[in-house]
Design a protein around this ligand. Structure first.
Ligand SMILES: *Cc1c(COP(=O)(O)O)cnc(C)c1O
Length: 416
């Protein structure tokens, strides 16, 4: 394709998304108002940004940030900590906080995110202290017709030892739909009608601020996510959160630090300004990312590739999957994204054998915050049908620019 043809394709794709983009702007406004209201209600002031040291007793910046998260997510309480290293860490913390030996964990939306397999104890590794090592059992209810199989899930609840039902909002890196907040609420209601004592936990990674409500607004008990994804707004340098019912968050706090101490300790020398400012930006940044991946969906579907979600589909997370059918195309796509990244644009990503994966994996990420996937990034296992998963983008202009680069790069390789 020539430069002109690429620009026409991008403009046409953009035109076709006009209505979606207006709807996304409205979502941003609703979410921004909720964030702003929480800042005002908690009377955020410059003193909240101050770094702390040692035990961190009375760390006002930390505690206030947690109250703001609880308000935004419409729930009683939250833990929001730089010391939570990643989304997986936050999810593990939550599971270990809530489950006890002899309890049963049910994954209600099929196989959970890859990194949780080691946490649950589904891999061959032994002795790392997986849930299985602690005598916590696992059941899985697979999706049926791309949706939660509520009937089958409820059948599993006949077993009194079931303590937690875990649901995943995002598609993650699977060719399946993500779950809407409305649907998560329906599932939570069905679970609670049969077993009010069972905790409905949601892996909320990649979902925050994509819709105007969060799972905790519709009856889910506890949600978990990463701060270097949506709610960090691209500025939070690290961290994770757990938000939900007070008694459940408290249990998690004893796992975060220690029984008897819980949430009272935890200092952060880096200061909290980036967590606050990132949260302030998050409703905007998330919509920039969603518009960007919607454009990618429109562009590649116009070029004849299978995409998930389709351009006009309502979005419940920030991920876009594109089926390339040929490894060379997939690799060129990821390389094009890398060349158009603000950091490490001079680096050419190659597939490599990543620990824990069956097939070689290629990753494109040139991010300010290391590994932050609210920033534009793409990854894929080199395996048929050669599907790329892309997400993020701090600004729509960046994603649009990157797509132009990708098309140019693929053209140069003679595969477009
Ligand atoms: C990102 C993500 C996680 C956690 O991944 P980390 O890389 O550990 O932050 C878990 N579940 C889903 C659906 C995710 O998108």
């Amino acid at each position: 394709m020539t430069q002109t043809e690429i620009e026409v394709l991008l403009s046409d794709a953009e035109q076709s998304l006009h209505q979606q983009f207006s709807a996304l702007d409205k979502i941003e406004q609703v979410n921004f108002a909720r964030v702003m209201d929480a800042f005002r209600a908690e009377q955020v002031a410059v003193r909240h940004f101050a770094p702390t040291t040692g035990y961190g007793y009375g760390d006002d910046g930390r505690d206030t940030l947690e109250q703001i998260y609880a308000r935004i997510f419409g729930c009683e309480d939250a833990l929001v900590r730089p010391a939570i290293a990643s989304g997986t860490h936050a999810l593990a913390l939550c599971l270990y906080g809530l489950l006890r030996p002899g309890d049963i964990l049910i994954a209600g939306s099929g196989k959970p995110y890859d990194t949780l397999e080691s946490v649950i104890g589904l891999t061959d590794e032994v002795g790392q202290g997986s849930l299985k090592d602690y005598g916590i059992e696992y059941r899985q209810v697979d999706l049926k017709d791309n949706d939660v199989d509520v009937e089958e899930l409820l059948r599993h609840l006949d077993e009194p030892r079931v303590r937690v039902v875990a649901l995943q909002r995002s598609r993650g890196y699977d060719w399946r739909p993500s779950l809407s907040v409305k649907r998560l609420g329906e599932v939570a209601k069905a679970v609670h009608e049969k077993r009010p004592d069972v905790v409905v936990m949601v892996d909320n990674c990649y979902g925050e601020f994509v819709q105007t409500i969060e799972p905790t607004h519709v009856g889910c008990d506890i949600i978990v996510g990463s701060l270097i994804k949506n709610p960090g707004g691209g500025l939070a340098p690290t961290g994770g959160y757990i938000a939900g019912r007070k008694d459940l968050v408290e249990k998690c706090s004893y796992r975060l630090t220690s029984p008897g101490i819980g949430r009272e300790v935890g200092s952060y020398l880096g200061g909290y300004d980036r967590f606050y400012q990132g949260l302030f930006f998050a409703p905007h940044v998330v919509m920039q990312a969603v518009k960007g991946v919607a454009l990618a969906s429109a562009v590649f579907s116009k070029l004849g590739y299978a995409v998930n979600p389709t351009p006009q589909e309502e979005r419940y997370d920030i991920i876009q999957a594109i089926k390339f059918e040929q490894s060379q195309k997939l690799i060129a796509f990821c390389q094009g994204i890398q060349y158009a990244s603000p950091i490490d644009s001079h680096v050419t990503p190659e597939p490599w054998d990543m620990p824990g994966y069956q097939d070689p994996v290629i990753m494109a990420a040139g991010t300010f915050v290391s590994g932050a996937s609210i920033e534009l990034s793409a990854d894929a296992p080199i395996r048929a049908p050669y599907t790329a998963y892309m997400q993020g983008g701090l600004t729509y202009a960046h994603v649009r620019y990157a797509l132009g680069h990708v098309l140019e790069h693929m053209t140069r390789q003679g595969i477009l």
